[in-house]
Ligand binder design. Structure first.
Ligand SMILES: Cc1cc2nc3c(=O)[nH]c(=O)nc-3n(C[C@H](O)[C@H](O)[C@H](O)COP(=O)(O)OP(=O)(O)OC[C@H]3O[C@@H](n4cnc5c(N)ncnc54)[C@H](O)[C@@H]3O)c2cc1C
Length: 345
């Protein structure tokens, strides 16, 4: 690894940190370190880094703002890539009744709303209050019942060891909290279409966005570390309602709690471990299944190695495979019993 670290340092032109804590880089603030955290400064550096990781057969995971990610207590036995400062570049293309905004994947999600506003863009009030980066916004097709990234995305630029290329939004198969990125790629930019509105539309958008943020403050446990909704809503129902009806609101394991304020949120009371959060996830899932027959599916991405290992029904989100065409399950990793590497479909 030492030789590789030196190579990564040369290529990144940004930060390369060994044994990098990840808890502080996620919003729920649990989990162990990454073997190495790489923060490439610009897209060319990113492409080179992806090539180096592929050459060394090191698995990696791309982390944005960490607002939807839970890292296992044993950390990530591989590389974690975070985008550096040159991934926030912006472009604006005039389109008459609309405007096309290109945002860097490392930019905060809030910038999508503020840039749209600067350009008299409307229909994006739903963005208000969603934390994270533009990369995470696309990768999760994040949104609310009022809108989601799929409503705006025209194309996404991705990096792979072969370079940078644009992918049409249609090829990402965006659906509810679902996006299919080309395997082994990192999002670097997003091109979004936003409708132009009148002064009145803009004032209304501002009002709706503020009302949404106020609603979040009133109904979500924003005073404690959390990773947003832990389960996606099942068709025609709400995960939070089902968990609350199962009597689990306020249930505590270790330093984690199913929020008293919103049952689809698990909060870190201060000393939570990933294992506590996972225990509550599994409990909520099992109890709702037993009571209603409805199987809740995690929205949060579970990343890295968990101790105890994740229960089989809680699919771990995988470290990304870096060897095209290779079955990741076949990649030899130290201590496979604890690893939650899975094959990416
Ligand atoms: C208080 C709170 C409220 C929230 N409310 C909402 C809400 O209303 N609606 C909603 O949909 N979500 C919500 N979330 C979840 C979260 O904000 C979104 O999922 C957001 O899009 C995550 O962005 P991120 O950059 O933090 O992603 P991360 O958590 O860092 O990553 C999430 C996934 O995206 C991938 N990813 C991130 N960046 C890249 C990249 N550059 N290239 C490739 N893959 C990448 C990661 O690999 C991972 O699979 C909320 C979270 C919190 C804490």
């Amino acid at each position: 690894m030492t030789g590789l670290i030196a190579e990564l340092r040369r290529a990144a032109r940004g930060e390369v940190i060994e044994h990098a804590p990840l808890a502080s880089r996620t919003s729920v603030r649990v989990g162990g370190p990454a073997k190495v955290l790489v923060k490439p400064n610009d897209p060319r550096a990113l492409v080179e880094i992806l090539g180096l990781l592929r050459g060394a057969a090191v698995p990696w995971f791309s982390l944005g703002g960490g607002a939807n990610t839970i890292v296992g207590d044993l950390g990530v036995n591989g590389a974690v890539i975070r985008l550096g400062q040159d991934f926030a570049a912006e472009e604006v293309e005039e389109g008459g009744d609309h405007v096309v905004l290109t945002l860097g994947a490392g930019a905060p999600i809030a910038r999508f709303l503020s840039l749209a506003k600067e350009q008299r863009g409307v229909g994006v009030a739903w963005v208000a209050g969603i934390p994270g980066t533009v990369g995470g916004l696309v990768a999760m097709n994040a949104g609310t019942p009022a809108g989601c990234m799929a409503d705006h995305l025209l194309a996404a630029e991705v990096a792979s060891p072969d370079g940078l290329r644009w992918v049409d939004a249609a090829d990402l198969h965006l659906a509810y909290r679902h996006c299919e990125l080309p395997p082994g790629s990192v999002l670097t930019r997003a091109r979004c279409r936003v409708r132009r509105g009148s002064e009145g539309d803009l004032i209304e958008q501002q009002r709706v966005a503020k009302a949404d943020v106020d609603r979040r403050r009133a109904t979500q446990p924003l005073n404690l570390p959390n990773s947003g909704s832990v389960f996606v809503n099942p068709r025609g129902d709400f995960a939070g309602r089902l968990i609350e009806q199962a009597g689990l609101k306020g249930t505590t394991r270790g330093g984690a709690q199913i929020s008293n304020r919103h049952a689809n949120f698990i909060v870190n009371l201060g000393t939570a471990k990933a294992a506590d959060v996972v225990e509550l996830l599994a409990l909520a899932r099992r109890t709702v299944l037993d009571r209603t027959g409805i199987e809740l599916k995690p929205e949060v991405r579970l990343v890295g190695d968990f101790d105890p290992p994740l229960p089989p029904e809680l699919q771990a989100h995988h470290l990304q495979p870096v060897l095209p065409g290779l079955d990741v399950a076949a990649v030899e990793m130290p201590d496979r019993t604890k690893s939650c590497l899975r094959v990416q479909p």
